[in-house]
Design a protein around this ligand. Structure first.
Ligand code: SF4
Ligand code: SF4
Length: 67
């Protein structure tokens, strides 16, 4: 079991983490950050394995993974 925390202000909403998550549990937030991007966040559906693929692919180092 794991969970992720996205730094909303760092995220540019590129969607790479969404495409790489094997559990398909990252979604775009319904609300924008101060730069007008809709940042990624962990969905309440499904279980994060803590694999950290999302954090590794993020070009803005916006994701922290907790195991
Ligand atoms: S750590 Fe792995 S399972 Fe969890 S959100 Fe990131 S890519 Fe998905
Ligand atoms: S990969 Fe990083 S910058 Fe891109 S949407 Fe995910 S958290 Fe945001």
């Amino acid at each position: 079991m794991g969970k992720i925390e996205v730094n909303r202000e760092r995220c540019k909403a590129c969607g790479l983490c969404i495409s790489v998550c094997p559990k398909k549990l990252i979604i775009f937030s319904p609300g924008p950050n101060s730069q007008g991007f809709y940042p990624a966040e962990q969905s309440s559906e499904g279980e994060c394995t803590g694999c950290a693929l999302c954090a590794e692919i993020c070009p803005d180092v916006a994701i922290e993974v907790w195991r």
